[in-house]
Design a protein around this ligand. Structure first.
Ligand code: PHE
Ligand code: ZN
Length: 876
């Protein structure tokens, strides 16, 4: 396989050209063998360009060409040319059938892109550009083809043969082989093609659509996992119902299949009628999966299902439009989860993820607009910006238009574009046309990178009985974009009087919930609210109505007030987070300052007292901001000081309220249940345990005993893992026996063993680096399994004091592993390398060490295009 030179090709959005040919029909025949698979393809070409073309390039990568015919004639030498990245047909006729035969090596395909053989199964992954590793083709999303696929394999190893659509026929053939033919009636781009062959058990269910059609639901897993598909199947049915109820969208095939695998680069893939999933997002039982694992399954199952309309029926013209399907589908899955669970808690979690991944991305060298302008490797653009910020943009449109109008826009979008490959512009145009609205200013959100800073200040006029609010916005420069225009920012808000009640919003247009949505379009605007006999405190950006950094001029007292009285759950959480961040930053700057000042103490006390509050929400309110988030608020991340300050705060809150935590720990104990209330109670109880163990008082030893007991006796993985993690990561606890015990119990469950690996890699102790070196040679470690690699390396990179050790040892070690991984799985290597891109955020010594690590990688021989692009953008 030839590696294109790193800077070889940069694809520009503006260079898009419609294809000169379409291939409305493709017939594939695969003889599956782990070492040597043969793929026969019949491609029916039809010219769509007005005039003949001299060259028609087809994509092809890592293929061994065995034969090549056009309309049953072997192609002569002057009729084609083989290149580094494919096959060029010379002076092709207007219509023709191309027949190719190629050979591939699925077992050697550790990149997990294209057709690969892993864990005894054949699987495909074609998004974004994997199909070209299966056969020569126009591998681009604006070429829609009807697929007929025949699979041949040995019956013994591969009793199950699956592809998109409907199974039309099956049969036996010589030497114990068998075959199956599948037809997908819906034309689709190559990236949605999939096939699976292996020895899989199936869990079946049925779904009746709103219009009364019956759909067979099938989840394919290893025989021993059939009992662990309850949550997946249930989530699927709920997602199908939700899309009918909320968007009027039904499923369109007779069969919906999901296949789980341990060998997958991402979360899951929405292939038409045949989703392929990372097992992490399918398998769950109370003994092996935590509450958050269950929630992950619910949202990813829904996400892939929702793609059937947003992504598959209406697909992408080109990869610059990626957020058209991903931002929209993330928004849809977030809303689905909000409707299934607590909306406020869901929103807090979504924003927490946005801030943990997207804000740093937007503030660093890898920043890019939601609709990028250029890429060299598209796999590097499956980012938090395209997904999570993209979802926030859709949410803002939803806020600006209103629910009913948004739905009208969606209806028109589907009506106009069903069966087509379209652009973000087409989506916005449908939203505008359905509602006679002008979203021209809003388009800037798609083209401009960087997180806007929103500054708010206000003053009460006791004579006029009015309150004037001033909002100001500014977006910092990002690579390639030095000047920024203002963007339209919807600011949901309310006013609270000093008793904590809503005050009238006369002077602004009131929304349905007695809130207003202010639209800040200029750099700075002011609003005056009248008829206010008493001073008020504004609750701004409720529900986090825009992906911005809000800097408000409110003092601690106002923040403390909002932490107790704000009736918007997100904002209440935000206020107490702000108090904690402020206290922590003060303690970081001066270690003699207590991180638990009176306002924070009082706010914490009032939440701890409030037993009527939803326990999940209460746990959110009481969870301290992460070290990374605190670091994000500093100009230079003070790695150790942040760790110390946060530990001290946890300890102080633990000690100060020990009695209350103890009471919670005991009162919240309950036999395992799966409902939202039970989940919240577990979360709060385990938070109590962590504070008690952190506390310096007498309770610590007693609590360590409780933790051991909880670890040993838990009837579910949430509680067991919480205790396990506390014990393993406890600075004064010898974890050897508990590590052994856990491994012995769970070694047969890869997803549980991933947790075992990642908790060790994330342990904030100096000896962790050494231990991680051992983990990499552990018999259960496997460089070819992304979940395992991510558990160790991802866990390590999320371990601030160890990864960012001042002597640079963490970086050097890490880069060495990325280098190794790049030869095996470039996509995963490139993704894991991104923490190194943030070097500008650290002190001079660390900067130097991080850059040295990146430089070492840049000098690697046979550097993949994926990793090369990340490094090149990180090290200008
Ligand atoms: N399209 C998938 C999703 O978000 C993600 C994915 C991208 C999976 C690329 C595999 C490869 O649902
Ligand atoms: Zn998606």
């Amino acid at each position: 396989m030839s590696t294109p030179s790193p800077q070889a090709m940069v694809i520009q959005r503006g260079d898009y050209r419609a294809p000169s040919y379409q291939i409305p029909e493709i017939i594939l025949d695969l003889r599956l063998d782990p070492e040597n698979t043969e793929v026969l393809a019949h491609l029916h070409f039809r010219r769509v360009a007005a005039s003949p073309v001299a060259e028609l390039p087809l994509n092809g990568e890592a293929l061994e060409l065995l034969s090549l015919q056009r309309d049953d004639q072997v192609l002569a030498e002057h009729e084609y040319r083989l290149t580094e990245d494919g096959l060029v047909l010379l002076n092709p006729p207007e219509t023709f059938v191309l027949k190719t035969k190629v050979r591939l090596h699925p077992a050697a395909n550790t990149a997990l892109s294209g057709l690969y053989h892993a864990g005894g199964q054949f699987l495909t992954q074609c998004e974004a550009e994997g199909f070209r590793r299966i056969t020569y083709m126009l591998d681009r999303p604006d070429c829609l083809a009807r697929f007929t696929v025949t699979l041949h394999a040995p019956q013994k190893h591969c009793p199950v043969l699956l592809a998109n659509g409907n199974c039309m026929a099956m049969g036996r053939e010589a030497e114990g082989w068998h075959w199956a033919r599948w037809e997908d009636p819906f034309p689709k781009p190559t990236y949605l093609f999939a096939m699976v062959a292996g020895d899989l058990a199936v869990v079946r269910d049925r779904y009746r659509t709103a219009s009364g059609r019956d759909v067979a639901l099938e989840i394919y897993v290893a025989e021993r996992d059939t009992a662990a598909c309850v949550q997946a199947m249930d989530s699927l049915k709920r997602a199908m119902r939700w899309d009918e109820e909320v968007y009027g969208r039904e499923y369109d095939l007779d069969r919906y299949m999901i296949v789980a695998t341990d060998s997958f680069n991402m979360g899951a893939m929405e292939n038409k009628g045949l989703n392929i999933f990372n097992a992490k997002y399918v398998l769950a039982s109370p003994e092996t999966a935590t509450d958050s694992d269950y929630q992950g399954i619910e949202s990813v199952i829904a996400h892939e299902y929702f793609h059937n309309w947003t992504g598959n029926r209406v697909t992408l013209r080109d990869w610059f439009q990626l957020s058209l399907k991903e931002g929209l589908t993330v928004f849809r899955d977030q809303e689905f989860s909000a409707d299934q669970n607590s909306r406020g808690v869901q929103r807090i979690g979504d924003v927490r993820r946005l801030r943990a991944a997207q804000f740093p991305e937007d503030a660093g060298p890898l920043a890019h607009p939601v609709r990028p302008e250029a890429y060299s490797e598209i796999n590097n653009f499956y980012t938090a910006t395209v997904y999570e910020k993209g979802a926030e943009l859709i949410r803002m449109i939803h806020t600006l238009l209103g629910k009913t109008q948004f739905r009208q826009g969606m209806d028109l979008y589907f009506q106009r574009h069903d069966g087509h490959a379209v652009t973000i512009e087409d989506f916005l145009a449908a939203m505008e046309a359905a509602n006679q609205r002008d979203l021209s200013g809003f388009r800037r959100w798609y083209s401009q990178a960087g997180t806007p800073v929103l500054r708010a200040s206000g003053s009460y006029d006791p004579v006029q009985h009015s309150y004037t609010l001033t909002l100001h916005q500014e977006t910092p420069a990002t690579p390639g974009q030095s000047t920024k225009e203002p963007v339209p920012i919807p600011v949901r808000m309310a006013l609270l009087n000093t008793q904590g009640q809503r005050a009238p919003l006369s002077g602004a247009i009131e929304g349905p919930d007695g809130e207003a949505v202010l639209l800040l379009e200029q750099r700075e605007q002011s609003w005056t609210f009248v008829n206010l006999p008493d001073p008020v405190i504004p609750s701004l950006l409720r529900g986090f109505s825009a992906p911005v950094r809000l800097e408000s001029a409110w003092d601690d007292e106002a923040c403390g007030f909002l932490a107790c009285y704000d009736d918007d759950p997100f904002n209440r959480w935000e206020s107490i987070q702000n108090l904690a961040v402020k206290a922590l930053l003060a303690a970081v700057a001066d270690s003699s300052v207590t991180p638990l000042p009176a306002v924070l103490r009082d706010a914490t006390a009032s939440i701890l007292r409030d037993d009527a509050l939803d326990p999940a929400f209460r746990a959110e309110l009481l969870t301290l901001p992460s070290e990374d988030y605190i670091g994000e608020q500093m100009s230079v991340v003070a790695v150790e000081a942040i760790h110390r300050a946060r530990d001290t705060l946890r300890q102080d809150i633990g000690a100060r309220f020990a009695e209350k935590w103890m009471a919670l720990y005991h009162d919240l104990a309950a036999p395992y249940q799966r409902d939202g209330l039970a989940i919240g109670r577990r979360r709060l109880r385990n938070l109590a345990l962590s504070h008690l163990i952190a506390s310096d008082g007498d309770s610590r030893e007693a609590m360590a005993l409780h933790a051991r007991q909880q670890y040993a006796q838990a009837d579910n993985m949430t509680d067991r893992l919480a205790a396990f993690q506390l014990l393993v990561q406890h600075p004064h606890h010898d974890a050897k026996d508990i590590l052994l015990d856990f491994y012995r119990k769970w070694h047969g469950y890869p997803l549980v063993i991933d947790k075992w690996f990642s908790i060790q890699a994330a342990t904030p102790r100096p000896e962790t680096l050494h231990q991680v070196e051992h983990l990499l040679v552990h018999p259960a470690f496997d460089w070819r399994v992304p979940n395992r690699v991510r558990a160790v390396l991802g866990g390590f990179a999320a371990n601030p004091t160890v990864f960012h050790a001042a002597d640079g040892s963490g970086y050097a070690f890490y880069a060495e592993q990325i280098r190794r991984l790049d030869d095996i799985n470039p996509q995963t290597a490139a993704r894991l390398a991104t923490p190194l891109s943030r070097w500008r955020r650290y002190d001079a010594q660390r900067q130097q060490a991080m850059r040295a690590a990146l430089t070492m990688l840049a000098d690697k021989a046979k550097l993949s295009r994926d990793l090369a692009e990340v490094i090149q953008r990180s090290l200008p």
